[in-house]
Design a protein around this ligand. Structure first.
Ligand SMILES: NC(=O)c1ccc[n+]([C@@H]2O[C@H](COP(=O)([O-])OP(=O)(O)OC[C@H]3O[C@@H](n4cnc5c(N)ncnc54)[C@H](OP(=O)(O)O)[C@@H]3O)[C@@H](O)[C@H]2O)c1
Length: 336
């Protein structure tokens, strides 16, 4: 059994973990059957750690379920939340909402995150690795980025040693955004570029995000780290690169943000999903998916597209199916 750096080996990574297990070997990952959490959990399992997930989708991913202990993301039950975090070394937190829907707002997600950190503090969790986003700010005009900054503040106030990993746009595995750009390029003869398309992004592979998280899980310093890939694209270049990858080039049409929102809302109505939110659109145009930090991700989007473009965007990836429609088909086949 390979040890995660900084700890001894974990020879008894059993599921469900027993009280006799070494607490230093048990980690909790939120969303281990979803996207980033899935990649983090995979790395932890490969390193011989015992993994418990907190999720609202306990029935997903039968294969993985055999290796992962499952507990609910019980934000409204502090005792249950604390119980699920007892005996845990590191909490890897990926919980967030992409957009407000029904009764769940960004303020709800901020409050839920605070409850999670409070439960972790009560349970004696040794470390939290929190997945945030590049350029969060308490002054941001965008609820998404403001909420992320509020959560980072709650984490700092928890007093628990922690690392904050801030990815830009994440690709690879069963991602939503890059996949859906590919889906649009495959299915629609034109593609809308909001504004001049010159704002920049530094996409990062989900396995690089997971690697950074797991490396930080076993460190003891408080750190904030951008998860940024080796390439920097303008948005127009990104769409062209995805077009090269899937072998389809739609006509690019530049529209102002307000008209782009109307078009994405129309596409959203057709696919019964929220394709792109106002915060995502405006944040991207403001350069919030860019970063001047040193490269921390090794996998390039261009290289990945060359190998995986053939399968990308064959199926639309629905955020609403994923999080709000019980029993709906999963977005894309599971990554290994
Ligand atoms: N994906 C990206 O391109 C990207 C880019 C930058 C930053 N991030 C950040 O990375 C983190 C993980 O993102 P992800 O894309 O990997 O998300 P995800 O896997 O779809 O979801 C992460 C976790 O949040 C929960 N969750 C998501 N939406 C929810 C909702 N509407 N109601 C209740 N629970 C919900 C999921 O619950 P279940 O376990 O029940 O699925 C899961 O535990 C987030 O903090 C996000 O802000 C992502």
């Amino acid at each position: 059994v390979t040890a995660v750096s900084g700890t001894g080996p974990c020879p008894r990574a059993q599921i469900p973990p027993s009280a006799a297990d070494d607490a230093a070997c048990l980690d909790v990952v939120t969303g281990a059957f979803s996207y980033t959490g899935r990649a983090i959990a995979g790395r932890l399992l490969a390193a011989g750690r015992a993994v418990r997930t907190l999720t609202a989708h306990p029935d997903r991913d039968e294969g993985r379920r055999r290796h992962i202990d499952v507990a609910p993301l019980a934000f409204d039950d502090p005792a249950a939340l604390a119980h699920s975090l007892t005996g845990v070394h590191t909490l890897y937190n990926t919980y967030w909402i992409r957009f407000p829907h029904r009764a769940t707002h960004f303020a709800t997600a901020v409050d839920n995150s605070r409850r999670l950190f409070e439960a972790a503090a009560r349970s004696g969790v040794a470390r939290i690795v929190h997945v945030s986003i590049t350029n969060p700010s308490l002054d941001s005009p965008y609820g998404y980025f403001r909420g992320k900054a509020e959560v980072e503040r709650s984490l700092a106030e928890s007093g628990i040693p922690h690392a904050v990993i801030r990815p830009t746009v994440v690709f690879g595995g069963n991602d939503v955004l890059i996949n859906n750009i590919a889906w649009l390029l495959r299915h629609v003869p034109f593609f809308v570029i909001p504004g001049d398309g010159r704002y920049r992004l530094r996409p990062v592979h989900v396995d690089d995000v997971a690697r950074l998280c797991v490396e930080q899980g076993m460190s003891s310093e408080d750190v904030v780290l951008d998860a940024v890939g080796p390439e920097r694209f303008t948005f127009t270049e990104l769409v062209q690169a995805i077009g090269d990858g899937v072998g389809r080039h739609a006509r690019l049409v530049h529209l102002p943000p307000s008209a782009t929102s109307l078009v994405t809302a129309a596409v959203g109505a057709a696919v019964r999903d929220v394709v792109l939110t106002r915060d995502e659109l405006a944040g991207m145009m403001d350069g919030l998916a860019d970063s001047d930090a040193g490269t921390t991700g090794a996998i390039s989007l261009s290289g990945w597209l060359r190998e995986n473009g053939g399968g990308l965007g064959r199926r639309y990836a629905s955020e609403l199916n994923l999080h709000y429609r019980p029993g709906a088909r999963r977005r894309r086949p599971e990554s290994p």
